[in-house]
Design a protein. Structure first.
Length: 147
C-alpha cells in the first residue's frame, strides 16, 4: 500500500503473509538503518501466559504491532494503522514457533549483537495466517485488553 492510498483510506481488507529475505525488502528502513526487537513475557499466576510481541514497519501495511499469546488457547493480534485483527490458531503452531524463537535467542547470549527476532516473528506471523484452521475472531480483542 502506498502512502497516498493510506491517506485516502484505501487499505487491504485482509492481512497476507510477509516476505522475509536477507535484504528485508518487505520492510521500511530508515536510511538503511533498522532496529527490530521483540519482547517475550512469561507469566505464571493463575495459569501460564506466554506473550511474544514485536513491531514490524512494513511497506505493504505500514507499522504492524504483532502480538502472539498463549493461555491454553493460542491467539495473534495485529494492530494496523486502520484496524485491529485478532486470530485464534492451533496451539501446536505456537509451541513450534516459541521453541524456535527461544533456541535462537539463547544462542545469541554469547554473541556480539542482541537478538532481534525479526525472522522468527515474521515466520510465526506467516504460519498463523496460512494455517488452514486459523480463524479471525475480532470478539476476542478483550483477551488482549485484559478484560
Amino acid at each position: 500500500m502506498t502512502d497516498k492510498e493510506r491517506e485516502l483510506g484505501v487499505y487491504e481488507p485482509v492481512l497476507k503473509p510477509i516476505l522475509y529475505d536477507e535484504e528485508h525488502s518487505a520492510f521500511n528502513l530508515w536510511d538503511n538503518f533498522y532496529l527490530f526487537d521483540s519482547i517475550l513475557v512469561i507469566e505464571g499466576r493463575d495459569k501460564m501466559t506466554y506473550t511474544l510481541s514485536s513491531c514490524l514497519p512494513t511497506k505493504a501495511y505500514g507499522k504492524l504491532n504483532v502480538k502472539f499469546m498463549y493461555t491454553g488457547d493460542a491467539y495473534m493480534q495485529v494492530k494496523t494503522p486502520w484496524r485491529i485483527f485478532v486470530y485464534e490458531f492451533n496451539k501446536d503452531i505456537f509451541l513450534k514457533h516459541i521453541i524456535i524463537y527461544m533456541k535462537k535467542h539463547t544462542r545469541h547470549w554469547k554473541g556480539k549483537y542482541a537478538f532481534g527476532g525479526l525472522e522468527e516473528v515474521v515466520n510465526f506471523y506467516n504460519a498463523v495466517l496460512t494455517a488452514h484452521d486459523t480463524v479471525e475472531k475480532p470478539e476476542l480483542q478483550k483477551i488482549f485488553d485484559g478484560k
